[in-house]
Design a protein around this ligand. Structure first.
Ligand SMILES: C[S@@+](CC[C@H](N)C(=O)[O-])C[C@H]1O[C@@H](n2cnc3c(N)ncnc32)[C@H](O)[C@@H]1O
Length: 356
């Protein structure tokens, strides 16, 4: 099942959130099976702390943190119970069958069996005793296809399309920050104005992704690509000249988000909108342990932040939260830039009159 953008965009967020959560529930089921197949649950017949489990299961040095995340995930899905610092296999565990209708909506696959999860979670468990390096998921040419698949999964595309929808109603000068391989720019181009004043700018740090995006978007004079690191001040076309910006699936890759907020405060006009979509966060939702485990296997590392921390960073730069919805620990947040500039800007300089 492949939904068109128009079909996807009109689905209520609550429905897509339910579909997303079912997808994660099937992930827990795969990890539980991998744990059974690899003898993890056998090693937990007697309660054990993480260190005791590691000794019993012969976890290789350096994988203690992954072992802890695995036990946390098994605990979350009910395969393991926890008493104080100790974990033990649950006597009974009978998860309800996965709802393939919801899996289809979230992933486009006709059944959870098609997700390819069994191999990846099998490797997570196996890596505890084999000391494999984290899965290579860097933003380079060898991974373009892999990332493109993930970034086109319906639940992910949904978050990006909702950001596109929010932005195009704000004006014609729009930024796609951390624009990846250009999927979001193409979507912006579909819905944005077609006049000469339409300016769609992608900013991206990875040279390989930048060139993939340049190829993908070539021929559309409204789109331009700029190489840039969001952890440094962005200088583009002067101040207050963009109506909106989106950052999809990338806020958690920024070790320091302050420069980004400073750049947004300077680049966006008063009243402009910023959408952070598919932002991996620390919410404690049902999927948290599973997603933590996934990200722990990947490089580059991600930094999940609490919703309050994100809102506080935005507020310091003069942005207030206007709307949000959540797919478990993935947040979609829209902020609007204050009409008045903050008295003291996040970079410590005092405000000056708006140039627009
Ligand atoms: C998961 S991809 C998302 C791509 C795109 N936003 C989308 O949803 O289709 C994350 C992107 O963030 C980019 N990125 C990570 N850190 C960055 C930084 N400091 N500055 C600019 N881009 C960055 C990566 O290169 C990658 O293209």
């Amino acid at each position: 099942m492949c939904l068109t953008d128009e079909e996807l965009i009109d689905i209520p967020p609550e429905r897509m959130a339910a579909a997303y959560m079912e997808y994660r529930r099937s992930g827990y089921e795969f990890i539980r099976r991998a744990a059974v197949d690899c003898g993890v649950l056998d090693a937990l017949r007697e309660p054990a702390t993480v260190a005791e489990f590691a000794a019993r299961y012969q976890v290789v040095p350096g994988k203690l943190a992954v072992a802890e995340l695995l036990l946390g995930a098994l605990n979350r899905c009910g395969a393991v119970y926890r008493a104080g610092p100790r974990f033990a296999a649950a006597a009974e565990h009978a998860p309800r069958p996965v709802d393939d209708e919801l899996i289809r909506l979230a992933t486009g696959k006709s059944s959870y069996r098609e997700l390819g999860y069994s191999g990846s979670f099998g490797r997570v468990v196996a890596s505890l005793t084999q000391g494999e390096k984290p899965a290579l998921s860097g933003f380079d040419a060898s991974n373009v296809e892999l990332w493109d698949q993930g970034m086109q999964l319906p639940y992910y595309r949904y978050g990006r399309l909702q950001a596109v929808r929010a932005l195009v109603s704000e004006g014609n000068a729009l930024l796609d920050l951390a624009s990846g391989t250009g999927l979001g720019l193409l979507e912006l181009a579909r819905y944005a104005g077609h006049g000469k004043d339409t300016d769609l700018v992608g900013v991206e740090i990875s040279p390989d992704f930048l060139s993939a995006a340049a190829q993908r978007t070539s021929g559309d004079p409204r789109i331009r690509m700029v190489a840039g690191d969001l952890e440094r001040p962005l200088e583009l076309d002067g101040e207050n000249c963009f109506d909106g910006a989106m950052l999809v699936g990338a806020y958690h890759y920024l070790r320091d988000p302050v420069p980004l907020w400073q750049s947004l405060a300077s680049l966006l006009r008063a009243g402009g909108v910023v959408c952070l979509a598919m932002t991996f966060s620390r919410t404690g939702s049902y999927d948290q342990e599973l997603v933590d485990l996934r990200y722990a296997q990947r490089s580059p590392a991600a930094v999940p932040r609490t919703p309050a921390a994100v809102a506080a960073a935005a507020a310091t730069a003069g942005f207030r939260l206007e709307r949000d919805f959540w797919f478990g620990c993935f947040g979609w947040l829209a902020f609007r830039k204050d009409h008045r500039e903050p008295a003291v800007r996040p970079d410590g300089r005092t405000s000056r009159p708006n140039s627009r």
